[in-house]
Design a protein around this ligand. Structure first.
Ligand code: AMP
Ligand code: GLY
Length: 442
């Protein structure tokens, strides 16, 4: 089967690898020349992810039958609606279902309207007078979020990025004035205390196949400090849970996802594709931080290589709207993913540095390599302003998976790069366990 993929990051490299492994002939559209994807695809198109007419026309010309969309931006702009109108089925949601990620206002209002479990208190504002009035009565800490997409970088948390109500007001003013996230609107949300985890599912809108839990690390620096990023690395465990998430919390998170999918169907916005739930495990159970209408990046790189079942059949089931007869099996292994990013990433990236990558060494380390936003020129690989590449170690134990990812990192040389070494290390995991105990008052 000929399959279109859109996106040129490490997540899309993982998607393309799994599609090719299950026999697909892949046609990839991407804005940067990702050498990992180019090496696997039948053909590629260098094009903006959101140039929907160009991507769709190319896919049609190539006789593509199905599409898998990596990033959220083209989904928010209706790429699935356009491709399906041309007879290309998609294992990704239509524009009106993608609102679950595209508009944080839509998501929070939906959860409130249907009284869904896992919801949080919030208010949406579009003027400063109302914000100042609200804050003068509000006790406790808040999180400030632009309503639209900011690539995970627009959210600011009181007590971390915003140290006073004055800082909150200043940031709200900036969001409204500069229309950060594409709209002059801001959400003020109750600040949740706990540990975050990701649950990704395959769904046709009704039936749900869960995948192993993952913990991403959004902060730029070791010890979970510094600004939010797209994600610096992540780990998953052999039993599909996490050290601080037990079976009960996992079931609650899955129930929140299922209830949200039912609400979406009732709204006439039936969802299909991979649905990503970002949860905060609090003293009162899991709460939703956000939904994403796609695989997570880096979380896709932890999970897709562990999938033993045929990924192409799963995608076809989702695209056709029925996965009731499909099962998915995963290898019972731990995984540790670590990203290399350009120096300055999170503030102002310094791009254009050459990286040397010993692919064979990475394989020998028992790890996988996924290229992200690098550009290939004359056989050499250069950093751009986004995350550069990810390595993922897989093993029976966390210790072995983590050391495999470190051996893989040592196979990459270059100037002007940054990475977090703490991800998946015992001390880092212990800190998360201690944090959870603390929050539960144990
Ligand atoms: P988002 O872009 O919504 O995923 O938010 C980015 C990061 O901000 C999350 O991964 C959390 O670390 C933090 N965050 C977002 N919403 C909240 C909240 N309501 N309470 C505490 N932290 C939050
Ligand atoms: N890992 C966060 C995201 O994909 O949005």
């Amino acid at each position: 089967m000929k399959v279109l993929t859109v996106g040129g990051g490490a997540r899309e490299h993982a998607i393309v690898s799994s599609l090719v492994k299950s026999g697909a002939k892949v046609y990839s559209s991407m804005s940067n020349k990702n050498p990992g994807i180019v090496g696997l695809a039948e053909e590629h198109l260098l094009c903006s992810d959101t140039d929907i007419p160009k991507v769709s026309q190319w896919a049609e010309e190539k006789g593509v039958e199905m599409a898998v969309i990596g990033p959220e931006a083209p989904l928010g702009k209706g790429i699935v609606d356009e491709l399906e109108s041309r007879g290309i089925i998609c294992a990704s949601p239509f524009k009106k279902a993608a609102q679950l990620e595209i508009s944080k206002e839509f998501m929070r209002e939906l959860m409130k309207r249907y009284e869904l479990p896992g919801r949080v208190d919030f208010e949406v504002f579009d003027d400063m007078v109302a914000i100042e009035d609200f804050l003068s009565h509000y006790e406790g800490e808040l999180v400030v979020k632009p309503v639209g997409l900011t690539g995970g970088k627009g959210v600011k948390v009181m007590g971390e990025h915003l140290l006073s109500k004055r800082d909150v007001i200043d940031y709200c003013r900036k969001v409204l004035k500069n229309e950060i996230g594409g709209e002059s609107k801001v959400i003020l949300e109750e600040k949740l205390e706990g540990e975050e985890f990701t649950l990704q599912v395959f769904t046709d809108g009704i039936n749900v196949i869960p995948t192993p839990l993952v913990q991403d690390h959004k902060r730029l620096y070791e010890g979970d400090e510094g600004p939010n990023t797209g994600g610096m690395g992540s780990y998953s465990m052999e039993d599909g849970l996490l050290p601080f998430v037990d079976e009960d919390a996992y079931e609650q998170a899955l129930a929140i996802i299922k209830a949200t999918l039912l609400a979406m169907e009732k709204e006439g916005r039936k969802y299909k594709g991979v649905l990503y739930g970002q949860f905060m495990l609090t003293a009162k159970g899991p709460k939703i931080i956000e939904f994403n209408c796609r695989w997570g990046d880096p979380e896709a790189m932890n999970i897709l290589p562990l999938l033993k079942s045929d990924y192409l059949s799963l995608c076809e089931g989702m695209a056709k709207g029925d996965i009731s007869e499909i099962e998915a099996e995963f290898e019972k292994k731990c995984s540790v993913c670590k990203y290399i990013v350009p120096e300055g990433y999170g503030f102002e990236s310094v791009p254009g540095n050459k990286l040397s990558v010993d692919e064979k060494g990475i394989e020998e380390a028992g790890a996988r390599l996924f290229y992200a936003s690098v550009d290939e020129k004359d056989g050499d690989i250069y950093t751009t302003t986004s995350r550069s590449l990810a390595v993922v170690g897989f093993a029976e134990t966390m210790e072995d998976a983590e050391s495999s990812s470190e051996r893989a990192l040592s196979c990459i040389q270059g100037k002007g790069i940054h990475m977090r070494h703490d991800i998946g290390k015992p001390a880092s995991i212990q800190r998360k366990l201690d944090n959870m105990k603390n929050i539960r008052g144990e």
